[in-house]
Design a protein. Structure first.
Lengths: 110, 562
């Protein structure tokens, strides 16, 4: 798994790539929480995620909850088919704000 | 009571013969109405004091196989209730032995008079009248009167006649009351036995679904049974079964049965070798069993995955394997339980190749037909052979109907069991691999699962789901069973049973708390606890358990594929 962080339209975008499982989900969690700790709005780009398990999903849930508490914006973009399947199983597809691209999210923000 | 006695003692009025006869009729009537033994005795004593003008009266009953005379009720200045005399001791003894009334006008002149009571109490006995209590041909004791109330009077022949009449009424009343007490006791015992029977019934397995391959029936000859049978499916899918006969038929057999069946039921959850199971139960039973009691038993396991039955026969009747219209007898290879400790019990392995296995107790083969001939094994074979092809329980009921004929007293407990030997579908072993319990191993596990299930024809979407479920299971082992100890090992096995994929994951971590593994409420938004929910969503079926001897844990998941 690899992760890259960039900024776009007022968001910090964390791009994850590869398989997100127990071996790297603690790292994903750390990255997500650091962004939020710095008070930045966060989008997690899952377009290159070929696999995500419940530990990876747990990091996303935690990010979502912390952002809400800190009144920061949070969302997922470009969710891969594989990752979406897992989110659906966890009934989180209706909870997380999900958009195809960062631009789409920005448009939706108005 | 005492005040009443005293009143009578100080009542010096003399009764006329007519009055006495009228009272006698009244007494006889009141005796007939009483079924309480103590009340009857008290009643008799009171009547004697009043109508015989006696200073003291006592009732002695023969007890301890007629070897002793015990004073069960008395009235007078000295209380001798509970006094025990030898059956031939004193005037009372002579009365009982001769079964004739004894009138001793002056005791000082009678060699049979026992002076011990007077010596101990200071009471002075002058005159005694003693009558036997006779019921039909047997004597149950005696009524004894001591001293006339008037110190100058002595007992005479008229008193003797009156006491004899009173004694025969008393004897009948005492006899009836004793019988009534025995009946009440009998009824109490019957109720106790009914309760014992209920407990025994609760130990027998309850009826299970039609697809379960074992069925059994038990008809005790008396309220409680020395036979038992049991079967249940273990956490690992194997089915345990037993059928046994405890020597004897009474309460002692029933109690031993209760202990043996409980031990077997408990140990069979973790012990898988039928020989070892019987050996351990035998050692335990030998420690406490009453000498001379023993248990013959067939006990074993059905492994539907491997299509085999493993069993041990400890001194029991041969099992009958009915297959293709033929019978094969499987005789006992070990001694009965409870004979000697440290015995070994050889194990027989039978491949399940169709047909049925019949287990039964000797109550079946020794049941008598219309001509009083025992059914025998040949007769049982005939009944099995002629049985229509119906469900297992119905087949057993048909056999029982034939051997428990109406109006014929059942001599022994009847217990029968049938095991369906239809082979399970062939298990295809697709993968068996060991992994280190580390997060970085998960990618390898996923790749191997993906490859294996795709080769079975799973679509990529289904394959991804199965991969996720196995990944979650292994993750649970790493995080919760081994608790981060990365030196442990995970074994993953994938089998295909007739297009049903079976995933089995084993670890060697300490036994986990099974009740803590359950899917959480998915509507509750929190980071952890999703894994078990995923497994439940993806798989058709899953179960967890501890390995034999608490050597670790296992998780089995099944998914039907096209």
């Amino acid at each position: 798994m690899e992760s890259r962080t960039r900024t776009e339209g007022g968001y910090t975008v964390v791009e994850l790539e590869g398989e997100v499982d127990l071996s790297c989900s603690p790292e994903v969690r750390k990255v997500i929480l650091e962004v939020l700790k710095a008070g930045q709005h966060l989008l997690v780009d899952l377009s290159a995620v070929s696999y995500i398990d419940s530990s990876g999903v747990a990091s996303l849930v935690e990010g979502y909850q912390v952002a809400k508490r800190k009144k920061l914006k949070f969302g997922l973009v470009g969710v891969s088919q594989s990752a979406l399947g897992v989110l659906v199983l966890a009934r989180l597809d209706k909870i997380f704000p999900i958009h195809a691209t960062v631009q789409e999210r920005i448009r939706a923000d108005g | 009571m005492n005040s009443k006695k005293r009143t009578i003692l100080f009542d010096n009025r003399q009764y006329t013969l007519e009055e006495k006869l009228a009272h006698l009729a009244e007494v006889t009537q009141s005796f007939a109405a009483s079924l309480n033994i103590q009340q009857t005795l008290q009643n008799a004593i009171q009547q004697m004091l009043v109508y015989m003008d006696a200073e003291a009266a006592s009732i002695f009953l023969l007890e301890n196989n007629d070897s002793e005379l015990v004073c069960r009720e008395c009235a007078g200045p000295v209380n001798i209730t509970g006094l025990r005399l030898k059956a031939d001791q004193g005037i009372v003894g002579k009365t009982v032995i001769t079964r004739a009334c004894q009138l001793v006008r002056d005791v000082s002149k009678d060699p049979n008079f026992s002076q011990s009571v007077d010596k101990n109490t200071g009471f002075i006995t002058k005159s005694i009248l003693c009558a036997p209590l006779l019921v039909k041909d047997s004597c149950i004791g005696a009524l004894e009167l001591i001293n006339k109330k008037n110190p100058h009077d002595l007992f005479d022949r008229k008193d003797e006649h009156l006491l004899l009449a009173l004694a025969s009424a008393s004897a009948l009343a005492i006899h009836n009351a004793t019988m009534a007490t025995a009946l009440v006791e009998q009824e109490r015992m019957r109720k106790e036995l009914e309760l014992a029977r209920e407990i025994q019934l609760a130990l027998l397995p309850s009826t299970v679904g039609k697809e379960f391959p074992v069925a059994g029936v038990n008809f005790p000859a008396r309220e409680v049974s020395g036979d038992f049978y049991d079967f249940f499916r273990r956490a690992d899918g194997k089915i345990y079964f037993n059928l046994a006969d405890v020597s004897g038929k009474g309460m002692n057999s029933a109690l031993l049965m209760t202990k043996a069946s409980s031990l077997l039921h408990h140990l069979a959850r973790t012990v898988t070798d039928p020989g070892e199971l019987l050996s351990r139960v035998n050692d335990e039973l030998c420690e406490t069993v009453t000498r001379g009691m023993f248990i013959t038993i067939v006990s074993g396991f059905i492994d539907q995955e491997q299509s085999t039955i493993t069993l041990a026969n400890a001194g029991h009747q041969p099992l009958l394997y009915h297959h293709d219209g033929r019978f094969e007898e499987i005789p006992a290879q070990g001694p009965p339980l409870c004979i000697l400790p440290s015995m070994s019990f050889p194990v027989t392995t039978l491949p399940m190749q169709g047909g049925s296995l019949y287990l039964y107790t000797d109550g079946v083969t020794e049941s008598l037909d219309e001509n009083d001939r025992p059914l025998d094994i040949a007769g049982l074979m005939h009944l099995i052979q002629s049985n229509p092809q119906t469900g297992a329980t119905r087949r057993l009921e048909n056999i029982v109907t034939r051997i428990r004929r109406p109006g014929v007293n059942q001599r022994d407990d009847i217990t029968l069991m049938v095991i369906d030997c239809t082979p399970g579908a062939v298990m295809n072993h697709l993968l068996k691999q060991h992994y280190q319990a580390r997060p970085d191993q998960l990618v390898q596990i996923r790749n191997q699962v993906r490859q294996t299930v795709e080769q079975c024809g799973c679509t990529p979407t289904l394959a991804e789901k199965l991969v996720l479920a196995v990944n979650e299971a292994c993750m649970n082992v790493i995080q919760h069973a081994y608790r981060g100890d990365h030196t442990g090992e995970i074994t993953l096995e994938i089998l295909n049973n007739d297009n049903k994929l079976l995933f089995r994951i084993e670890d060697h971590a300490p036994p986990i708390n099974l009740s803590a593994v359950r899917p959480r409420d998915i509507n509750e938004l929190r980071p952890g606890g999703l894994g078990t929910h995923f497994i439940r969503e993806i798989m058709d079926d899953f179960r967890i358990g501890h390995l034999e001897g608490d050597a670790g844990n296992y998780l089995e998941m099944a998914k039907k594929i096209n």
